[in-house]
Design a protein around this ligand. Structure first.
Ligand code: LER
Ligand code: MN
Length: 265
């Protein structure tokens, strides 16, 4: 397993779970100085930074790009892929399609988190299946998977639990879609984190490595040992990405995350 840490350039996400919010160069430098293998990028949109510039920074600092978040579409423009309005759904799909292509140029998958929306209509799951099919195909054309993230009950009406999301992907024959195990959301929704990971099995494609209170692992009450054992047991070799609050400050949160990962891996 490899380590990653979040970088956000989205002003509207000031209170979100992102560690480094410095200009891009400085954030890459901070991630490398803390000893991370990769960064996860949360950017305002697909045109906010050039892929060439990001790849040059990654090469300079010996970092990979673990994934790109898409939540700015919701945060800045209120876009949801399951919006009741077909024209808003089209705008949302155009935004996330751009993010998928942008990520693919970095060799990184895009994540569907908050842009999945909170639909309550009778066709909510059909809408989700359709966008996952389209996004999975678009990502495949760029040579990357597409990541679907179950979120806690306050952030979506769709799938709060990993096992249910896995069954949905199988039932609907959705391909090139992997699941994101965000330990913060799981702490709210799952009966047991390790069992949920074992149930999701090899469908897990990304991990948000956060403690129970969304601080760095070790600053809350989650026991990471059985979680890491479960990830080993399902053959997971991807990123443990620190999508966490930058508390008490970004550098301390980064150091604590790396210390936790190094103690366990
Ligand atoms: C995004 O990765 C996430 O975990 C959400 O809580 C953001 O709304
Ligand atoms: Mn997350």
């Amino acid at each position: 397993m490899k380590s990653a840490i979040t970088i956000s350039l989205v002003p509207e996400a000031l209170h979100g779970p992102f560690v480094f919010r410095y200009p891009l160069e400085q954030s890459f430098q901070a991630a490398a100085a803390a000893g991370f293998d990769a960064v996860e990028l949360f950017l305002p949109g697909p045109d906010s930074a050039s892929p060439e510039h990001i790849l040059a920074l990654a090469a300079e600092h010996h970092l990979s790009i673990a994934a790109v978040g898409t939540g700015a579409g919701m945060l800045r423009e209120g876009l949801s892929l399951t919006d009741e309005s077909p024209s808003r759904r089209r705008d949302a799909l155009a935004f996330i399609g751009g993010m998928i292509d942008f990520g693919a140029r970095l060799g990184a998958p895009a994540i569907l988190g908050s842009m999945q929306g909170k639909p309550t209509g009778p066709d909510a799951f059909d809408l989700l299946a359709e966008v996952l099919r389209v996004c999975g195909e678009r990502a495949a054309a760029g040579g990357v998977p597409f990541i679907y993230e179950p979120l806690n009950r306050y952030e979506t009406t769709l799938f709060p639990r990993l096992g249910d999301a896995r069954r949905f992907l199988l039932d609907r024959s959705l391909e090139n879609i992997v699941l994101l195990a965000d330990l913060f959301h799981m702490n709210i929704e799952e009966s047991d984190l390790s069992s949920a990971i074992l149930e999701a099995g090899d469908r897990i494609g990304h991990v948000h490595y956060a403690d129970s209170n969304r601080r760095a692992m070790g600053f809350g009450h989650t026991d990471p040992k059985p979680i890491i054992s479960a990830l080993h047991a399902v053959g997971y070799s991807g990123y443990l990405s620190a999508e966490i609050l930058p508390l008490p400050d970004p550098e301390t949160a980064a150091r604590q995350t790396i210390a936790s990962i190094r103690a366990l891996i």
